[in-house]
Design a protein around this ligand. Sequence first.
Ligand code: NDP
Ligand code: 8X3
Length: 251
Amino acid sequence: MKKTALITGATSGIGRATARALAQNNYQIILCGRREERMSELQKELSELTEVHTLLFDVRDKEKVFEAIASLPSEFSKIDVLINNAGNAHGMDPIQNGNIDDWDAMIDINVKGLLYVSKAIIPGMIEQKSGHIINIGSTAAKEVYPNGNVYCASKHAVDAINQGMRMDLNPHGIRVGAIHPGMVETEFSEVRFKGDTERASKVYQGFQPLKPEDIADIIHFVVSRPYHVNIADLVVMSTAQASSTIVKKVV
Ligand code: NDP
Ligand code: 8X3
């Protein structure tokens, strides 16, 4: 029987690449995100490979999160793998100039949204006595960099939640682990810089950043380990990157 994976933030970047990788590897997929057209396109593409269900919701909207998960048809309601991926950075300013709406967005999406989705899905995993939750953190979950303040705080929170989840779900036989990527070329910087594509593209110039497919490949590796193996915490950077602030660039 096919396993079912629910992926938040599946309309772009790491989430979309993960949906493709898992669809190619015989998972049925629940795609989540807000952009309907993107989702329909991906659903069409992946339906050539596997069964696909889509859920449109904003992870900030508590009620919609619970409604969406409760609306899953029976053939998709047993979730084996949850990829808590939806998230972004909003802005990159010194704390004294920070925009409060940006702070709210990062805490509400990256932290509270991840909690809402998890809260809606964990009871089913407890009941079925199995499940695998992968929380997408960041190198920003492990270190802080200048002007990264609230984004780093939100990802440090993901790191803490990941550890707490693993402890609390341990009696229930549920696997919990985090993957912490360094710089991955996705729409991430476009969102961070509010559509300034020129500024965004500069972030990835002069070196080979990770591709979303690199992380998707690792996620597939992680979920395909034998059930007694839980990859608890994984930091992944491009070879050119040594830390958040040290990147070997060709100028
Ligand atoms: P993208 O911007 O390409 O993708 C972000 C995804 O999150 C989109 O599918 C978007 O979908 C979804 N999303 C954003 N806000 C919401 C919301 N309020 N409700 C529901 N879905 C939402 O970025 P990445 O793929 O790079 O980012 C994915 C994850 O990886 C994030 O958690 C990010 O912090 C993390 N990460 C990224 C790194 C990078 O360098 N790119 C490095 C380390 C971690 P939609 O807009 O359709 O809702
Ligand atoms: C995204 C990577 O370095 O912009 O989490 O924080 S970074």
